[in-house]
Design a protein around this ligand. Structure first.
Ligand code: PMP
Length: 304
């Protein structure tokens, strides 16, 4: 990592020199927004496949708007910068790209007004964030998902990841891989840092975008793949906690999580406990697409 190149204060510089002050607004108040994007290394083609960077940077721009930031780069420029960053680093394995826009003023007081903004980005290797090969055991978090009128979950705001961090730590301390986060009425919003899908009677069901969740790029990809490749009916509706106990199949999805089957919730076994048939198919199609092996979806990746 230390020999890496990062983008910082408008320039590509050594990662080890990309440092901010301890008085930076974003460090003091969590006032930064970020994205997590994957580029998959295809060993046969000796190329990277950067997955849906445009959509990630569109969401990034929306997050900056919510934090009243003025980012000087447009979406296309951000995509180009991320491609350049990948080229400047010499990885030959799956990587993760982390752009951040942050309140850069050295200033006390959390207001978003009259503060400066800056942008930085780094990249690092990333394998599985969550096990994708066997189903994971999850619990229901005792922490409630931040709601839209508190910290909007549809913006990827660093400060709101305290909510994720508390929930993830609690789950891990109780020997679960992750958790389901509920809203104030007990409906399932999403996982700690991934979206949630349920399969019941051959229907693919997921929480709607007004359910205090991040509108995941992978969520959107899975919905499209399910409709186009498997001809599945997709329903976006609120999901009760106990519906998860009785589901045929469950899985998480996200840039980090990819497609992660869930084998139990609160110790209730999902289906027969093995990876479900539909989940397995979605997973197979998803992995082929992200590795650049399905030309039908070539508008979803940039070959580098
Ligand atoms: N929800 C949260 C809270 C997340 O942090 C993530 C990861 N970015 C997701 C969902 C999945 O979003 P995406 O598919 O765009 O990575």
């Amino acid at each position: 990592m230390l020999d890496n190149i990062a983008f910082f204060e408008g320039k590509f510089i050594p990662f080890k020199d990309a440092k901010i002050s301890i008085m930076t607004h974003a460090f003091l108040y969590g006032t930064s927004v970020f994205e997590g994007i994957r580029a998959y290394w295809n060993e046969k083609k000796k190329k990277f496949y950067l997955f849906r960077a445009l959509e990630h940077f569109e969401r990034f721009k929306n997050s900056t708007k919510i934090l009243r930031m003025n980012l000087k780069y447009n979406t296309k420029e951000l995509v180009d910068l991320s491609c350049e960053l990948i080229k400047k680093n010499s990885y030959k394995e799956d990587i993760y790209i982390r752009p951040t826009a942050y309140k850069s003023s050295l200033k006390i007081g959390p207001s978003l007004i009259n503060t400066e903004d800056d942008f930085c980005m780094f990249t690092m290797p990333m394998g599985d964030y969550i096990d994708t090969k066997k189903g994971i055991a999850v619990c229901t978090s005792s922490w409630q998902r931040v709601e839209d009128n508190s910290i909007p979950a549809r913006a990827k705001i660093s400060g709101s990841y305290i909510n994720t961090a508390l929930a993830k730590a609690e789950a891990q301390l109780n020997n679960f891989a992750d958790c389901l986060m509920l809203d104030d009425r007990g409906h399932i919003c999403e996982g700690s840092a991934m979206n949630f899908f349920m399969i019941k009677n051959n229907k693919l069901i997921t929480s709607p975008i007004y359910s205090d969740l991040l509108e995941g790029v992978t969520r959107d990809s899975i919905i499209k793949i399910a409709k186009q490749e498997l001809n599945l009916e997709v329903v976006e509706r609120e999901i009760d906690r106990s519906e998860a106990f009785l589901a045929d199949e469950l899985f998480f999805c996200g840039t980090g999580a990819q497609v992660s089957p869930i084998s139990s919730v609160d110790h209730y076994i999902v289906g027969n406990g093995a990876i479900g048939e539909i989940t397995a198919k979605l997973q197979e199609i998803y992995f082929a697409i992200v590795k650049g092996e399905n030309p039908k979806y070539s508008n979803w990746y940039i070959e580098i």
